[in-house]
Write a protein that binds this ligand. Sequence first.
Ligand code: ADP
Ligand code: MG
Length: 266
Amino acid sequence: MVFLNAVKKSFRQGPHRALPVLRNINFHAPRGKTTVLIGPSGAGKSTMLRCVNLLEIPDEGVLRVAGKELRFEKNEKRPPFGKAYFARQREILSLRRHTGMVFQNFQLFPHKTVLENIMEGPVLVKKENPNEARDFALALLEKVEMYDKKDSYPSTLSGGQQQRAAIARALGMRPDVLLFDEPTSALDPELEREVLNVIRTLVKENNTMIIVTHNLIFAREVADFIAFLDGGELLVRGTPGEIFSGAVPKRVSDFIAAMSPQDYAI
Ligand SMILES: Nc1ncnc2c1ncn2[C@@H]1O[C@H](COP(=O)(O)OP(=O)(O)O)[C@@H](O)[C@H]1O
Ligand SMILES: [Mg+2]
């Protein structure tokens, strides 16, 4: 469902320096499976996820999401202009629509109720019939156990409730792939648990998901595949059995040992 082929991304640091953040990423997240991305802070996990939905544009490489493929060439550094520019933007938007993203810090629209947050994209962007969009939004709110909060504003909700609403909002766009960037790292264990339970439900329903998390117990539980990123390189990708077997590069086993999963509440 999601393919990255030789994807590279650097960030400019001043006029003559560039910080390579993704060095040569080859990655695959299969349809209907949960792929968990782990690795130390600064490894490039968020950047990789943001490249999948083109919130960041790769410098080089190939990205394929739900059968739509975009190629990024080095000599494209001089951005296209005029018609070519708008054509490219359309391609980017059209690819992004196949993805739904859930961020660490929720990012709901503060001046809209929970229900309005979920209906906004389907009605304004996808031009869905408002009544149908509303029915679907309410069904999603049932799923994330937020139906009784449908008319609340985000600021009146707990972090766990906001994140569950954010998940419903992502689902509202009927994405082919769901991207989660450390969805519970801003939450207390109690609230983390209710969000993880929603994600568990989505796993059981065989949604295609890519989840960045530091919660290795959860990763081991839900992942079909785990990929380990360090220093902008994807060092290994395997099943939880393979990753936790110890038969992995030392950087990976050291990271797993240092994360001491027994400290994590689930
Ligand atoms: N927009 C940006 N501009 C400049 N540097 C960035 C930007 N986003 C991320 N970085 C840098 O890229 C590296 C990887 O960041 P990130 O993808 O957020 O890692 P992770 O999510 O694994 O912690 C870090 O060194 C970070 O400072
Ligand atoms: Mg990050």
